[in-house]
Structure formats: C-alpha cells, structure tokens
Design a protein around this ligand. Structure first.
Ligand code: UDP
Ligand code: MG
Length: 322
C-alpha cells in the first residue's frame, strides 16, 4: 500500500544569532537594524541580534538601547574600551544562543539579504560558510593588497576560498563555540576552523560601499595580517611538531654550510689554497652555525610542547562511550 505523506511547508525552527561587532557606527545602526528586520520577517526566522559595541564613543550604544526598547531580540554587549574586532566576535560567540551564528559588519557594507543564501549553503553540509565579495566596493588601495593577501593565505593554507576576511559568515554553533579568536586573528577564522577539522564553504555575496563613517583599519592591516599568518600557521599546523618546521629548515641550512666548508677544507688540504680571502668560507661557517641553531630551536619547541601537552584540546565531532 502506498504510504501517503503530507507535505508541510518547511519553516526554519532554528534560532539564528546575528553577531555584529561595531566601533563608532552610529549613523549606520538604524538602517542596518531595519534591513535585518526585513529579512527575518520575510523568512520567519527565530532570531537574536547581538550587537557587540567595541567601546564606541559616538553614541552608538544609546541607539542600540533605543532599538532594544522595542525589540527584546536585540541584545547588547558593550565593552568599556576598544578591544578590537576579534575580541568583539569572541564575546559575541560566547553569548550567542543560536543553532547557527551569522556575523556581519555594522557599516552596511555587508548585506543582510544574503543570510538565507548563507544558511542554504550551511545546509549543504558545511560547518562554516564565508562570504565572497566578488565585486567589491572599496578603494583600490584596499582591494589590490587584499587580493594578494587572499592568494597567499589560500596557497599557504590549502583552503580554496577567495575572501578570508569577509565580515559576513555563517557558523554552525559547534564551530563558533569551539574555535578561539584572539588578537587580530578574526581574519583567519576559516583557517583556524579548517585546521580543527571543519568543512569550509563559500558563497558570493553582494557588497556595498561604506555609506557613513570611515574604515577602522588602515594599511597597517596588511603587515599585521601577514605576521598573524605566521602565528596561525605555527599554532595550528606546527604547534604539535615544532621540530618538523625548524628541524627541516635547520637541516637544509646545515647541510649546505657543511658542504661548503667541507669543500673548502679539501681545497686547503689537497692544494693548500688559502681560506683567508674566501668570502664563501664565512658563508659556509655561518650557515653551519645557523643550521644547528634552527635545529636547537626546534628541539626546545618540542620540549615546550611536551610540557604543555595536558593543555591540548582536540575538536571531537561525536563520541560514544560504554
Ligand atoms: N570594528 C570593531 N572594532 C574595531 C574595528 C572595527 O568592532 O576595533 C567593526 C567595525 O565597526 C565594523 C567591522 O568591525 O562593523 C569592520 O570594520 P571596517 O568596516 O572598518 O573594516 P573594513 O570594511 O574596512 O575591512
Ligand atoms: Mg567595512
């Protein structure tokens, strides 16, 4: 007998937490709120909006309080001073109650109308979905370095996405609760999540020019960004095996240095050629020493890693005991 199934219109029962870090964005906030409201109404989402005021001094907090008076789904966390976007996101993640967490910038550059697309991509089986500002509305001084930045990060980390630092992202609850953002590492959230074993996806999103106020990050962002890349690579990839990084480098350098000095020593012994006027000799000696130093640093790193082994955390997906 055929089984009859009744088709029920699928409604999203999930709670969606929208986390918005903001620093002096007073003009944008009312417009941002009404845009988000449009989207959650049209899609009948259960939602909360967590505004994390990162020490604004322009009256942003007062506007947020007004919004909250009419809508208790608006939550506010206000820092006593400016701690930076990563800190704001970390605290937002901590307090978010949703099954899914969406982050977006407060300056209207990210479009809340992309939320359904991000959620759809998450449902395809991804744990973190990052927006890709394929067509960007930013000055060229920002777009070109940003392209280089994204290319380098993608190549070095092996994550095939185009836009690491897009403010608009969707996270499954587990990801947001699991990964730790500190310093200025918000640029590398997809990298940190990837190394913890999560599946990262990407969707093209609409981008807008900044309407009010000005950017909070100068060109120094790129230099700092690359330094942070070293931190991220080291703490995610090589944290457990520092000797693999330093030892490999050290060995290569040592072998090169040793080869050079060995060759010069042979010349000295066999043909009695003077070493005092051979710059290559100095290079050889230097490489030998540097090589040994690198290996030693790697070994020291191993000792430190061993000592802190008990602090190591692993991201567990499922667990069945007994
Ligand atoms: N932001 C923040 N704390 C800061 C700097 C920025 O919360 O110390 C917020 C900012 O208000 C905005 C988002 O982070 O909502 C992105 O900042 P911005 O638009 O200046 O960056 P850009 O678009 O230039 O990359
Ligand atoms: Mg912006």
């Amino acid at each position: 007998m055929p089984v009859r199934t009744r088709k029920i219109a699928k409604s999203d029962k999930r709670l969606i937490s929208i986390v918005i870090p903001l620093y002096n964005e007073v003009e944008s906030l009312p417009e941002l709120y009404s845009k988000i409201k449009e989207v959650v109404r049209a899609n009948r989402y259960n939602y909360e909006i967590i505004f994390v005021d990162d020490g604004s001094t322009d009256g942003s907090l007062e506007i947020l309080k007004q919004l909250r008076q009419n809508d208790k789904n608006v939550k506010i966390i206000s820092f006593r001073r400016n701690y930076g976007k990563s800190a704001a996101l970390a605290v937002g993640f901590e307090h978010a109650k949703g099954d899914v967490i969406i982050t977006m910038d407060a300056d209207l550059q990210d479009d809340p109308h992309e939320i359904p697309n991000l959620l759809q991509k998450l449902d395809e089986g991804f744990d973190l979905v990052s927006g890709w500002k394929k067509k960007r509305y930013d000055p060229i001084t920002k777009t070109i370095p940003s392209r280089i930045f994204n290319f380098v990060v993608s190549t070095l980390t092996g994550i095939k996405i185009h836009d690491f630092n897009c403010g608009l992202k969707a996270y499954r609850k587990t990801v947001a609760k699991d990964i730790k953002v500190y310093g200025e590492l918000h640029r590398y959230l997809p990298v940190i999540a990837h190394w913890a074993g999560y599946k990262i996806g990407e969707v093209v999103v609409q981008h807008h020019p900044r309407k009010y106020g000005k950017t909070k990050f100068g060109v120094s962002r790129f230099l700092k960004g690359f330094l942070d890349l070293l931190t991220v690579m080291f703490t995610t990839r090589y944290f457990k095996r520092p000797l693999h990084l330093f030892g490999t480098l050290g060995l290569l350098i040592f072998i090169l240095g040793f080869g050079i000095t060995f060759y010069l020593s042979l010349l000295k012994i066999i043909e009695n050629i003077s070493l005092s006027n051979r710059p290559l000799f100095i290079l050889g000696v230097m490489l030998t020493i540097v090589g040994i130093q690198f290996i030693s640093i790697g070994l020291l790193g191993e000792m430190i890693t061993k000592a802190y082994q008990h602090l190591e955390t692993y991201s567990i997906k499922e667990i069945y005991l007994d």
